[in-house]
Design a protein around this ligand. Structure first.
Ligand SMILES: *Cc1c(COP(=O)(O)O)cnc(C)c1O
Length: 427
């Protein structure tokens, strides 16, 4: 669990506390009275939910307040895109969750990832991405960043010693992901960070969606960088997954511990016009209350399913960081205390053709076919290994198929029974 060294967010103000110019419009017409109604509810409303504040326009009480406006911190309100009590509260709680100090919200996990590159990179810079990076981040890097004269290299995340050879004076951003998407190899994060910290220009960003701020502490990985940071510089989180927990909200966060880096990201965030809806922010605030409990339940059930899968003869490998023998298991034990809700299995093409694996996936009844994860319903997704990896045991495995299970909150026994009946179809 990450220590929460950020104080809990204050309960937001109620509408009567906000800057609204009092009007005395006696004698005004019906429409004007409805629009400028004088009633103000009493302040001090306190309840479990901090409230949904919706706004584009935010009022200033007078021109002096307008001229004194300050949107770069949380000292006041200027415009809906720059924050409301709802989004400020969510940001503060997410910063605490990840052991950070500042947080920005973006409309999806992917937009939070792309914000980082757009903010810290310029033409001529190079970015390093791991072989098993979240694929849309690789595509953004390969296509959009390339259009802007930013190059990239793909490194083997399971070879920290080899990382140094990729770093040049042009390298500006290093992406980490733990474990990697789909194939779930868990890298040695402290070792990768140690290599990176020999290069002060290098900004280290982690896609922390899997860890969710609960499996390990991204800002305390035991590698000193400055007096302030012993971990990554930036932690990006697809809130779409575990924090939402409902499969019904898209959002991302960018958490930092350094004020200057946060401000740089925030200025880009503002220029790009990124913002989130108040109802989605409220759904996230509700989800956060039960996040640790849900994460623990996903973790427990997934280990149970993974051990069952590991004893089956159909798979050539079962990939899950907490499973001894899974790539990066040792590295996982050194930094993490939990293992999330994903487990993947590998089918050898000469024993189970991709068509047979598709039939297995189609035969599942409790698991549903669909992208994403973190919600109550277990999900399954087949992937061809053709061209998927450049490094490691899964490179060059063109005829083989990987199936990723995202374990939901159902009874694990029912999930195992479902996989067992679908394997009977395969065999
Ligand atoms: C889902 C996911 C994202 C992107 O989140 P969206 O909200 O779907 O854009 C980013 N990184 C990882 C590791 C993810 O699993």
């Amino acid at each position: 669990m990450s220590p929460s060294d950020t104080p809990p967010a204050a309960v937001p103000v109620t509408p009567s506390d906000t800057a609204s110019k009092p009007h005395d419009l006696h004698g005004a017409g019906r429409a004007t009275t409805l629009i400028h109604h004088a009633y103000q509810p009493p302040g001090g409303f306190a309840a479990v939910q901090p409230g949904v504040f919706k706004a584009s326009t935010v009022f200033f009480s007078d021109t002096a307040a307008l001229k004194a406006r300050e949107w770069k911190d949380k000292s006041g309100y200027t415009y809906g895109l720059h924050g409301t009590p709802t989004t400020f509260t969510l940001e503060e709680r997410l910063a605490s969750l990840e052991g950070g100090r500042q947080c920005l919200l973006a409309p999806s996990g992917l937009s939070a990832l792309t914000l980082v590159g757009q903010s810290v990179l310029k033409a001529g810079d190079e970015v390093l991405i791991p072989d098993n990076v979240y694929a849309p981040n690789r595509d953004f890097t390969r296509v959009e960043l390339a259009h802007w004269g930013i190059t990239h290299r793909v490194y083997d995340p399971m070879d920290p010693a080899g990382l140094a050879a990729h770093i040049t004076e042009r390298t500006r951003l290093l992406w980490l992901e733990a474990p990697g998407s789909v194939t779930l190899e868990f890298p040695d994060l402290p070792a990768l960070l140690q290599v990176a910290r020999a290069h002060p220009r290098l900004i280290v960003a982690l896609d922390n969606t899997w860890g969710a701020g609960l499996a390990f502490d991204p800002f305390r990985l035991g590698v000193p960088a400055s007096a302030d940071t012993e971990g990554v510089d930036i932690s990006v989180h697809a809130l779409t997954k575990y924090p939402s927990g409902g499969g019904d909200v898209l959002m991302g966060s960018v958490v930092t511990r350094d004020e200057a880096l946060h401000l740089q990201l925030k200025l880009t965030h503002m220029r790009l016009g990124l913002g989130v809806g108040a109802n989605d922010a409220e759904a996230l605030l509700r989800g956060l209350y039960s996040l640790p409990l849900r994460y623990a339940a996903h973790d427990r059930a997934t280990r149970h399913v993974a051990h069952w899968l590991a004893a089956r003869p159909e798979f050539e490998g079962v990939l899950h960081p907490a499973l001894p023998g899974s790539p990066g298991h040792e590295a996982w034990t050194r930094v993490a205390t939990a293992a999330g809700g994903l487990v993947s299995v590998v089918f050898r093409g000469d024993r189970h053709t991709p068509e047979r694996v598709d039939a297995f996936v189609d035969a599942l009844r409790v698991f549903r076919i669909g992208y994403s994860w973190g919600g109550p319903i277990s999900l399954v997704m087949p992937y061809s290994l053709k061209g998927m990896r450049r490094f490691g045991a899964l490179a060059g495995r063109d005829g083989d198929t990987l199936v990723r299970f995202a374990i939901g909150l159902e009874d694990p026994a029912d999930l195992i029974a479902d996989i067992a009946q679908a394997l009977a179809v395969l065999n």
